[in-house]
Design a protein around this ligand. Sequence first.
Ligand code: S3P
Length: 443
Amino acid sequence: MNNVELKKVKNLKGELTLPPDKSISHRAIMFASLAEGESIVRNFLRAEDPVSTINAFRKLGIKIREENVIPPHPPLSKGGGSGNVVISGKGLYGLKEPFDVIDCGNSGTTARLISGILAGSSFFSVLTGDDSLKQRPMSRVINPLKEMGAEISGRAGDKYLPMAVKGKTLKAVHYTTPVASAQVKSCLILAGLYANGTTAVTEPFKSRDHTERMLKAMGAGIEVHDLTVRINGGSRLHAFDVSVPSDFSSAAFFIAAALIVPGSEVLIKGVGINPTRTGLLEVLKEMGANVELHNIRDVSGEPVADIYCKNAGSLRAAKIGKERIPSIIDEFPILCVLAAQADGVTEIRGAGELRFKESDRIKAMSSELEKLGAGLEEHPDGITIKGTAHLKGCGVESYGDHRIAMSLAVAALAAEGTTVIKGASCVDISFPGFFEKLRSLYR
Ligand code: S3P
């Protein structure tokens, strides 16, 4: 299924449940491995990225097994379905030296968060990844970890994977991150667990806070004040029982699809609406979209809601500056698709970080939307898109990036004729079964 063909649809209707949150699934496996005793993660995301995290912790000597997987489905490595994962945590100092290199696959979250744990663990390890991950910046974690006294080095003068780590006791620092990144912040919080004293991390804007919420619930000495997080070294973590809500970033594709295909009406159940993740909802309000949150509740310390979207005619253009980028960081590609269908000119700036994701997402969306007929201008730090384009189906590239593939699939539903998405199987990174779910809404 590496090439997927999609046609313009009449409308999308229905109620659906989407895959579990990727960020929370990664963290649950990692933190449970460092806790004392058996933890259970319910509704774990069976997709390639979190499986990279499971494989990494198995290599580090942690027993992880699956339970109650429904429906009967392919092995974990192939993904799909939903299930529980049981992790036998061995405490902060219970990991063992891996026999081989740890392969993080396509997952930046795996590589960057684990590096904070390995920096404080008393053994030697090497991290690597696929060709995309090997080109993503690792100096952003290597440099601060070195300030904490870590013995760590990476390819090309400490810039990239592979990365070699010789763990040792770390010293607490107060580090100010130049960019708002939950992966960097979380890496340093985890390293802080292994430091003498209290480690502080300050970021320029608030990035997602799943790490802070989960570690607090596990009993860590962690405090948050505005943009600064403080963590006490040596905090012991209790085992837990956690349920993972559906991923807002996966829901975003379906929200957008309902908003650009006339006559659509969709209800997405049980989606995480952590405010550090849902900047898209604010933008959509400004664009005049009809999106409602129903049945707001708390699930394992994270806010969750059912999201109802009804197509209410055309959207208005929006202006997005750098302070809003962290809360829409993974929604940039789908926001470009929405902008291409809105009335007026949408400008997204201060988004230079998007060039360092699974692909250069500014370049990828500029070139592929242009092929589909959108009027736009690419900037070093963002994009300007002239809306109400009459998109016309053609062959487009995914760049091996799951969120580019899914965004283009949504664009295809509003484009005349047929669109072929090349390299579409990368959706399995976060969303096995994406195309089947989308088609289930066709009316
Ligand atoms: C993530 C943080 C973000 C996001 C990524 C997942 C996380 O990356 O884009 O998909 O789980 O911490 P950055 O920290 O690089 O912004």
